[in-house]
Ligand binder design. Structure first.
Ligand SMILES: [Zn+2]
Length: 271
């Protein structure tokens, strides 16, 4: 399966989605290729779901084997729906996987090729950023709170401060997430977004006037543009997690029966 701006690749049965706009190793996992049983079938990567830890650990092993990632080099975001971004290196390997979680953070950046930055998601977007010139990467977990507090812009700023990364050289990919036709929110929240990002394009009308549909993806794109990323460098993996039950978990659709998908990115070549 190949689409205009992204590819779905399946190795050893394990499926991931990748953006064509990011040239370093990265991916966003699907449900395909794991050992979890219903309702988490099959590649649940969330440690806090109602299934044995060994099953989740096996899924990590299958993912890492299929995509030639060193499982001991993974570092997991410790998300709190905020906008804190941490710079990490190999001294943090294993945090949130086999070692204690990192301090609260929704984003990670690094220039260390020996680590794999990792996030977990249900409907929230994963933001991938890569600067090939400065050789640094970032990743973020971005639900509405993270997007509203500009977690994407914080990634770009942190890479500039830590690694002398110029925003004009940064490439961005926004992962599958819940789309603007499915993401129903309170009208008051939608209005806050319009005020914050100064455009009514972010919302679609709802038959109930107390509600609206919110375009999280666009709010993500706007904050990257604001901080100096070029429009042609922002890539959308434009599939909806809520609508596509075969490939993706969705908290909005399945509640506590939703497993977790992972985003990952590394500077190390996987081949
Ligand atoms: Zn949708």
């Amino acid at each position: 399966m190949t689409f205009s701006d992204y590819t779905v690749s399946v190795k050893n049965g394990v499926g991931i989605v990748c953006s064509k706009g990011i040239s370093c190793t990265h991916g966003y996992t699907t449900r395909l290729g794991g050992v979890s049983e219903k309702p988490f079938d099959t590649l649940n990567l969330g440690w806090n779901r109602a299934e044995p830890t060994e099953t989740v650990a096996k899924n990590y092993e299958l993912l890492c084997d299929a995509y030639n990632l060193d499982i001991n080099s993974l570092i997991l975001v410790n998300y709190k729906h905020g906008s804190n971004v941490l710079a990490v290196d190999k001294s943090s390997c294993g945090r949130g996987i086999s070692l204690e979680p990192l301090p609260e953070c929704d984003g990670l950046v690094t220039n260390d090729p020996s680590v794999v930055l990792t996030t977990l998601h249900a409907d929230c977007a994963c933001l991938f950023v890569y600067n090939e010139v400065a050789q640094c990467i970032g990743i973020a977990h971005a639900g509405w709170r993270g997007i509203f507090s500009r977690i994407g812009a914080r990634l770009v700023e942190k890479m500039a401060a830590q690694y002398n990364s110029k925003p004009c050289n940064v490439k961005v990919a926004i992962s599958p997430c819940i789309c603007e036709n499915c993401y129903e929110v309170d009208r008051d929240l939608a209005n806050e977004f319009v005020k914050e990002f100064r455009t009514k394009d972010l919302i679609l009308p709802h038959k109930n006037e107390d509600k609206a549909y919110l375009n999280l993806r666009l709010a993500g794109e706007l904050q990257f543009l604001e901080c100096g990323v070029q429009k042609q460098s922002i890539n959308h993996i434009s599939c909806c997690t809520y609508e596509n039950k075969t490939l993706f978990y969705s908290y909005r659709r399945d509640g506590n029966n939703a497993g977790a998908k992972a985003g990952f990115i590394t500077l190390r070549s996987s081949t």
